[in-house]
Design a protein around this ligand. Sequence first.
Ligand SMILES: *Cc1c(COP(=O)(O)O)cnc(C)c1O
Length: 369
Amino acid sequence: MPRPIRACIDLAALRHNFRIARARAGRTRLWAVVKANAYGHGLMNAFQALASLTDGFALLDLDEAERLRAAGWRGPLLLLEGCFEARDLEEAQRLGLGLVVHCAEQLDLLAHARAGPAVDVYLKIDTGMRRLGFPLASAETAILRATALPAVRSLTLMSHFAEADGTGIGAPLAAFARMRDQVCARLGTTLPVSLANSAALLRFPQSHGDWARPGIMLYGATPFPDGSDVPAVDLRPAMTFESRLIAIRDIAAGEAVGYGGSFRAERPLRVGTVACGYADGYPRHAPTGTPVLVAGEVTRLLGRVSMDMLAVDVTEIPSAHMGSRVVLWGAGLPAEQVAVAAGTISYELFCALSPRVRRDVVDADPSST
Ligand SMILES: *Cc1c(COP(=O)(O)O)cnc(C)c1O
């Protein structure tokens, strides 16, 4: 029998969440962001769920794009960090990919492109993240240069806000809009824009533009750190990370649990051992008290997470037995709650899910494609 740990990927939940994004976006088109193996959910699982719904897929790696083309996707694909060298550009042209261009070196690549189909370019502007993108002050020069390149078929202006999930986007959005109006007036044309991630899509309709780029919300988690917006937007977890109890023991007051004895029982406890550890992607830094669902009831993690196991308190769950189902996050226990307890974000939990964990596809509502 295989180890009783798996991640159930719910295609119906992916579709449900995508439809919420669609309803929020109105006429704005949507890139389904499927980078990082669809945030750990499996690229082909996300593709299967969303191919008939989305306008395009946004990702990072050429081989991910290649897999979607091989699976029959003929629609738009966008490489979110663009190309790194000339060879990538040829491959991107062959695959018909849209490219983010965030720096002068990438414009040089396009300027030196050998013959081949012209590409759709998303010119990235830095509105405050200070990570990728042309600074606002040099945006006009970059845009004018890009529009003059024969290898550029279309130009979209793009930015990624640093504070869409926090203090807001008022000032950067205004600065971006000023720059765009100026450049468009000069060019005598309008250029489409793509600005919104999940947080901006949910919070700032004025940022929707022509194409939005939802990621995390498609997987059923809120981009807002405290998780408070989950019920408000009715997202459904697309991943349920689950395992089983493989041992149960009673311990006396004063006894310790796990490596280093970092947890010591203040009273007699019933302790369950779960077949899930940090080698499966459960965060090792999750402290005692992190919520875990055992036999349908919320309880707490005890002591240090091991490589292949962790301990939970089942003192108040008399029905817990060997083989009881344990949900680490997902249906019944939002990943955001686990993330907050562990000092991280749901994004990291999902992406860190180990390749050794089997992904089982479920489709609770197969009729609604
Ligand atoms: C990852 C990413 C997104 C999606 O962000 P979410 O917060 O997951 O919605 C959007 N745009 C860019 C450029 C990204 O890298």
